[in-house]
Design a protein. Sequence first.
Length: 202
Amino acid sequence: MKEIDIKLTEEEYKRGVEKYLSYLMALGFMPGNFTIFYGDEVGVEGLGNLANRKTYPWGKEDKSLLEFFRSIGNIRINEEFLKRADLSMLKVTRDVLMFERSKDNEKALVVVNRTDSEKDFDVPTEYQKKEAVYTLKKSRNGHLGPYGAVMIKNKYQTELTSSEISMFDKLLKETNVSIGILNVCILYVLSEKNGEIPSFNY
């Protein structure tokens, strides 16, 4: 590729960063190493070798962009399950990218708007009552701002708590429910109800 020492106008740079943040939001939740080019984190411009290999712009960094990179890095550190989580691509269109990361009892839905207009999206059933944990451009569960994005997390129990064990023990003792049926109930609670045991009346 021919070296082009591009210098964007202020408006072009601002628009480029808007698109770039949505791309970074998607990349940040993808599997593998979070790899960028030297200087990308502070807004170094240029296209092709060697224009994109300029020296670091000490004192002229885009500090807000750098802070965003740090935020993405902190998310990847704090969300431990992402290191080993599986990836499922749910939707890829000209407008929206949607994928899910999952491992054991933790899942995360990531939705990114690829356009400069607001977009609504259909939320998978298990995420409909969940709040967005990480957002970009005033996005929320079911709605994306221009070049916006959300990460919605769904964590459910894989083991019963002591109070839940006591509840099932009481159920076993005070009713004629067999242990086999009770085991099916426990499996249903964990797999179908996301670990949430509804109130009951016997």
